[in-house]
Structures are given as C-alpha cells and as structure tokens.
Ligand binder design. Structure first.
Ligand code: HEC
Length: 69
C-alpha cells in the first residue's frame, strides 16, 4: 500500500513527463528511481544514506513526499 501511495504521488509529481513517455507502473517508478537509496522494500540503505520509508504512516509519507517536491 505504501509503495502504491509513493507511486501515486510520484505519478502526480512527474505526471507530465511520465505521461508523454510511457505509462510506467508504480513498481517501475519506485524500483527505478527510489529503491537504490531506500531499499527494495523501503527498508532503507545506509550506504546511500537513504532512510527507511516502511516505518512511516501513510499520512507521514504523503507529507514527506509533498514537502520534498
Ligand atoms: C540518491 C539517493 C536517493 C534517491 C534515488 C531517492 N531518495 Fe529519498 N531520500 C534520500 C535521502 C538521503 C533522504 C534523507 C534526506 C533528509 O533527511 O534530508 C531521503 C528522504 C526521503 C523521504 C523522507 C523520509 C523521512 O523519513 O524523512 C522520502 C519520503 C523519500 N526520500 C522518498 C523518495 C522517493 C519516493 C524516491 C523515488 C522517487 C526517492 N526518495 C529517491 C535519498 C534518496
């Protein structure tokens, strides 16, 4: 569900670009753009200093994503 939310927000944030190129699935967006630093299961990646995202509630995640862009 959190990955779906991430994907939905990313689709909104990058909507124009994504829509022109190809309809990427949410998993493709997360795995391609976020998993490197945040981990395949959003568990975080200390090597890249990406914090875990799987410990955030949906509203926390939505808020973090909104203030990031
Ligand atoms: C190059 C590595 C990198 C990539 C790629 C990356 N992030 Fe991050 N992300 C970080 C780092 C480092 C932080 C911590 C930044 C800070 O605290 O100021 C962060 C913070 C966040 C946070 C806030 C988490 C918190 O607990 O405060 C969210 C949400 C987030 N990223 C989502 C994403 C999403 C969604 C993507 C893919 C579209 C993504 N990130 C791609 C490195 C990355």
């Amino acid at each position: 569900m959190r990955q779906l939310l991430i994907g939905a927000l990313m689709t909104l944030a990058l909507g124009a670009n994504v829509a022109c190129a190809k309809a990427y699935s949410m998993a493709e967006i997360y795995n391609g753009a976020c998993a490197l630093c945040h981990g395949k299961n959003a568990e975080g990646n200390p090597e890249k200093k990406g914090p875990a995202l799987n410990n955030l509630s949906e509203s926390e995640l939505a808020y973090e994503l909104l203030i990031l862009v």
